[in-house]
Design a protein around this ligand. Structure first.
Ligand code: NAD
Length: 727
């Protein structure tokens, strides 16, 4: 084991260096933790050692726990997890107490963590058990405890130590939101103790070790006089914090995220007891979270598979296709956003619209975002100038010369798009890839306007482009491998997450989200309480209820899509119940949020007030209401079955893309790990039974797809089946 090595200098300062040979970022394994423990034992026992510096041989300190450790612990069951976690606590507590006399708290050896860069998860929990944390002033470094983002929480003492260090209120954003900070911000927040110039990091650490007094080694929580900053739950100020925190977290998560609940439990209960008991409570809650299938599903989609897709798991094997010069046609909401993210990633952009004013407005969109960044201290004036200098706003197609990728984001109109395609192809070289950002028009149909259909592809961004991280890449029938690689390389350059799907009406994301909106409107028309519909969705962890989402995406768009779909499907069109709501609303002139009037009522300032009271007269609420579970099953199955059908139809070819795309694209219940993750959690047999019940009551739209029914019959599930298929 060589992840950690220890050397001792002539002044008696031992340096333990973390440097995992096979990885670019240090991650902690079980064996390495045990080895580290042994090194500390040796340092504490060696009379020649006065103190210890814990640092890294890499530019960063550590990225966190090796996820295999978590998987192994989980495989062993609750007792193995609990014992494993308590074992970690023991090691960290040993470092913290540093061989001091437990009564007099004297005679310990100082331990300082010297962080050259990023320190995340266990990479911060370990420093939190040291006596001092010094970080290099490295603006690229991220310091924090992001566990909650993947459905767990800091379980190696990070929760207990941070709350005791900062108080529950101040620790909340770091624990509950996984907020990451630069070293300077981490110092201001009180998470770390010092920030020094990178070249002085080790010298300063050594200086501190040599000067440390006994009192410097006693953690505040080991001091008899310790009082938790901001107060414990039964202190008047603490009471406000804890009551408020519970309400705030429940308000935000609706109890749908097991990790957030467990974290609150660990913090609240831990605050009422001595430190070592609090660690044990933390371990209990952590065990509960790891045993919950939600954490497996979230880690799989939001951590492992998201990264796998970003690294190009489904990229065709063709040479690098990084974009050098991008053309964007249409400087409206989407085009302006695409121009910004590309210029911000260092790509030269030509932004074209039909008038100079519209093109300039598109460029000004970037200016607006950059100005906001400057206000928040995230962007410098130089960076703003540099990004804006990369965007040429014009009406002149000749400026596209030299572009290797052009994305059109003009009106959603086949004729307009066809004209633009021809104009672009006349202006660019023969190798240029042409992409459309259409959200509804099939790619193969639009490609008919192209003289190079093999270089024609869909690159579907989500709104707002600078915030939404998913990009759906759509292969048309004729699209070749180089075009797919180009789109994927572009998405990598702008640091977003891609999924690659095949061409069909609405592709993947919109195909699944539209039935969710529609099911909400069907229930409204049936007389289900709108509040029941919306709250049922939120209790599932959906960010917006279907009716709110209808307003946000606009009734106008809904009507447009309904008309186009009806025209394409003719007699097979299945959504007349939905149209009843959509067309009536349009007739009332209530077009949604943009119009300040929709299914919800809005104030003049555009604040959402509540469900519009005019709905009740048109769609009278029935006396008998469905139960919450039925409403939830309808809302979930509407999306999930469409995802399964997309897989059956070959629109999706990889369930990892289906799950990651669902969470990032439309916020599908993240705790579930995605539609396929959810189906695996409840099991195909139960899912099929739900489908059968819903089909009997509501019709064939809930019929279980053959793939799901087969799984139910054979006891199979999606992820194991997919692994077998991929192998
Ligand atoms: P928008 O109306 O805000 O912008 C369209 C822009 O294209 C306008 O500035 C218009 O002047 C310009 N334009 C129209 N015809 C042109 C032409 N012939 N030459 C040059 N410029 C022309 O629309 P948007 O919301 O940005 O949508 C653009 C495209 O992106 C559509 O295909 C839409 O379906 C798709 N899309 C939209 C969203 C969304 O949420 N709005 C999401 C994904 C995809």
């Amino acid at each position: 084991m060589t992840d950690f090595t220890m050397t001792t200098d002539a002044d008696g300062v031992a340096t333990i260096t973390w440097d995992v040979a096979s990885k670019s970022m240090n991650v902690m394994s079980t064996a390495a933790f045990a080895h580290l423990s042994g090194l500390f034992d040796a340092a504490f026992a060696d009379p020649a050692v006065k103190g210890v510096i814990l640092t890294s041989g890499k530019k960063d300190f550590a990225g966190g726990m090796d996820l295999n450790v978590i998987a192994q612990m989980r495989a062993g069951g609750a007792a193995v997890i609990f014992d494993g976690v308590m074992g970690m606590h023991k090691i960290l507590r040993k470092i913290e107490l540093a061989g001091m006399d437990p009564k007099t708290k004297k005679g310990g050896k100082p331990v300082v963590a010297a962080l050259p860069g990023t320190a995340l998860g266990i990479g911060l929990e370990l420093p939190l058990s040291c006596h001092r944390i010094i970080a290099a002033d490295n603006p690229k470094a991220k310091i924090g405890l992001p566990e909650i983002m993947v459905g767990i929480f800091p379980g190696a003492g990070g929760t207990t130590r941070l709350v005791r260090k900062l108080g529950a209120m101040m620790a909340a954003p770091f624990l509950l939101e996984g907020k990451l900070s630069s070293p300077k911000d981490a110092k201001s927040a009180g998470i770390i103790d010092e920030v020094v110039a990178p070249e002085y990091l080790l010298a300063r650490a050594k200086e501190w070790v040599l000067a440390a007094k006994d009192a410097d080694l006693v953690k505040v929580w080991d001091d008899k006089a310790y009082k938790m900053p901001g107060g414990t739950p039964y202190h008047p100020a603490g009471f406000m914090t804890f009551v408020g925190a519970n309400a705030m977290v429940m308000g935000k998560t609706m109890g749908a995220f097991p990790a957030a609940k467990a974290l609150l439990g660990a913090v609240y209960e831990g605050a009422l007891v001595p430190f070592d008991v609090a660690l044990k409570i933390e371990a209990r809650h952590f065990t509960g979270v790891l045993m919950n299938p939600s954490s497996t599903a979230m880690i799989r989609s939001l951590f492992i598979n998201k990264e796998v897709l970003e690294k190009g798991a489904n990229r065709p094997k063709v040479p690098d296709q990084s974009v050098r010069k991008l053309g964007v046609i249409g400087a409206g909401m989407m085009g302006a956003g695409i121009a910004y993210v590309a210029a911000n990633a260092g790509i030269d952009v030509v932004l074209i619209d039909s008038t100079d004013e519209a093109a300039a407005r598109g460029r000004a969109h970037s200016e607006g975002i950059l100005d906001k960044g400057i206000k928040r201290g995230k962007v410098t004036a130089d960076k703003k100038a540099e990004v804006l200098a990369r965007i040429t706003a014009t009406t002149d197609y000749a400026a596209l010369s030299g572009c290797d990728l052009v994305v059109e984001a003009v009106f959603e109109d086949t004729k307009v798009k066809a004209e633009v395609t021809a104009k672009v192809e006349a202006a660019v070289g023969p190798d240029c890839i042409f992409a459309t950002n259409t959200s509804t028009l099939p790619i193969s149909g639009l490609a008919k306007a192209s003289i190079r259909a093999e270089q024609f592809i869909g690159i579907h961004f989500f709104s707002p482009v600078d915030k939404m991280n998913l990009v759906e890449i759509i292969r048309g029938k004729a699209t070749d491998e180089r075009a797919v690689a180009k789109a994927l390389d572009f998405v990598r350059q702008i640091r977003k997450t891609p999924i690659v799907v095949n061409d069909a009406r609405f592709f993947y994301a919109n195909r699944c989200i539209i039935p969710y909106l529609n099911e909400g409107m069907r229930m409204l028309a049936e007389g289900v309480y709108p509040s029941l519909i919306e709250n049922a969705a939120k209790l599932l962890g959906m960010p917006l209820g279907p009716l709110q989402l209808v307003d946000e995406t606009s009734i106008e768009l809904g009507v447009k899509i309904a008309k186009a779909t009806k025209a394409a499907m003719g007699a097979d069109y299945p959504d007349s119940a939905v149209d009843e709501v959509l067309f009536w609303m349009a007739g009332q002139g209530r077009m949604g949020k943009k119009a300040n009037a929709g299914l919800y009522a809005y104030s003049e300032k555009g604040e959402r007030l509540g469900i519009w009271d005019g709905l009740a007269a048109q769609f009278p609420e029935t006396v008998a209401q469905p139960d919450l579970e039925t409403v939830q099953h309808r809302l979930l199955m509407a999306q999930v079955l469409e995802a399964v059908r997309a897989l059956e139809d070959g629109v999706l070819t990889d369930i990892r893309e289906g799950d990651v795309g669902a969470i990032l694209g439309w916020g599908f219940a993240p705790w579930s790990g995605g539609p396929f993750g959810w189906l695996d959690i409840i099991g195909a047999a139960k899912a099929t039974a739900i489908c059968d019940t819903l089909t009997a009551a509501l019709g064939a739209r809930f019929a279980a797809p053959a793939m799901l029914r087969d799984m139910a019959a054979t006891g199979g599930s999606f992820y194991p089946a997919f692994k077998a298929q991929a192998a």
